[in-house]
Design a protein around this ligand. Structure first.
Ligand code: NAD
Length: 256
């Protein structure tokens, strides 16, 4: 798909994966909405990027808020790309802890709300805007790229809520691609392994020492630029549709 001249929305655009993706989309000639809860980081990034980007304070769990962000994108050009990559880290807790207590329904619901329902909220509203685009010569109107996780296939202990949410993102991928096929909108998902981003809340050297050795090859955490590069390839390549791509250095979460 030709990206030049179109607009894009990146939820979590002020985060680790998000910022790299925003920068790559702009390099490809797009105007981009940075849709994020983080006002300070989002505004600073938009300022750095000049006319090609705007920041819209967005909560993906809110329909009206996402509607405003999508409208800001369509005001800059036909919305051709939505990259859904908000969320960051989710705290870990086992179903039942050492004292016999469960972490409770409220936390489970919150995780599903942000990572799964928030993804559907953006996917559906972005697709509704893409349907209104004139199709390109290829017949394509746009592409939605969601972010799952390898934890959606095999979660580590303490991740039942996060695994359930990411498993939902994986499960909805093919169905949404089938739903949107008649209108020329593709749906793809990226399932990252362990990537160094601000979500870890620690220095890179510390994170690499902790998580790098668990990755078979390359023996290090992934880089946000590697996620962004895959997102760009997905956006450009019309024949990628309805698939979940793992990007994980062959990592599988081991359980001891
Ligand atoms: N980093 C990893 O190792 C890794 C691995 C697998 C999957 N992922 C997934 O990638 C996505 C991005 O992760 P990251 O590492 O870039 O995290 P990050 O913390 O660097 O960025 C996440 C961004 O999402 C924003 N956000 C959080 N809640 C939001 C909401 N309700 N509405 C709008 N914005 C919101 C935050 O403000 C932040 O800017 C997440 O879905 C995460 O689960 C990350």
């Amino acid at each position: 798909m030709i990206l030049e001249g179109g607009s894009a929305i990146v939820t979590g655009g002020a985060g680790g994966f998000g910022e790299e993706t925003v920068r790559r989309l702009i390099e490809a000639g797009m105007k981009v909405v940075i849709a994020d809860l983080a006002v300070e980081r989002g505004k600073a990034l938009a300022e750095d990027l000049g006319d090609a980007a705007v920041f819209v304070e967005t909560d993906v769990t809110d329909e009206e808020s996402v509607g405003d962000a999508v409208a800001a994108a369509t005001a800059m050009g036909p919305l051709r790309v939505a990259v859904i990559v908000h969320g960051g880290s989710a705290a870990r807790a086992r179903v039942v802890d050492r004292d016999g207590r469960t972490y409770g329904l409220a936390r489970f619901r919150k995780t599903i709300d942000v990572f799964l329902s928030g993804t559907f909220n953006v996917l559906s509203q972005a697709a509704a805007a893409m349907v209104k685009n004139e199709p390109l010569e290829s017949g394509q109107r746009g592409v939605v790229i969601t972010t799952a996780s390898i934890a959606g296939f095999e979660g580590a202990p303490g991740q039942t809520d996060y695994s359930a949410a990411k498993g939902g993102v994986i499960a909805m991928n093919l169905t949404a691609a089938r739903d949107l096929a008649p209108v020329g909108v593709r749906v793809m998902s990226i399932a990252p392994g362990t990537f160094f981003t601000p979500a870890y809340g620690i220095e890179e050297s510390e994170a690499q020492a902790k998580f790098g050795p668990g990755v078979p090859n390359p023996k290090r955490m992934g880089r946000a630029a590697e996620y962004a590069s895959l997102a760009l390839q997905i956006a450009e390549n019309d024949y990628l549709n309805g698939e979940v791509i793992r990007i994980d250095g062959a990592q599988r979460f081991n359980v001891r």
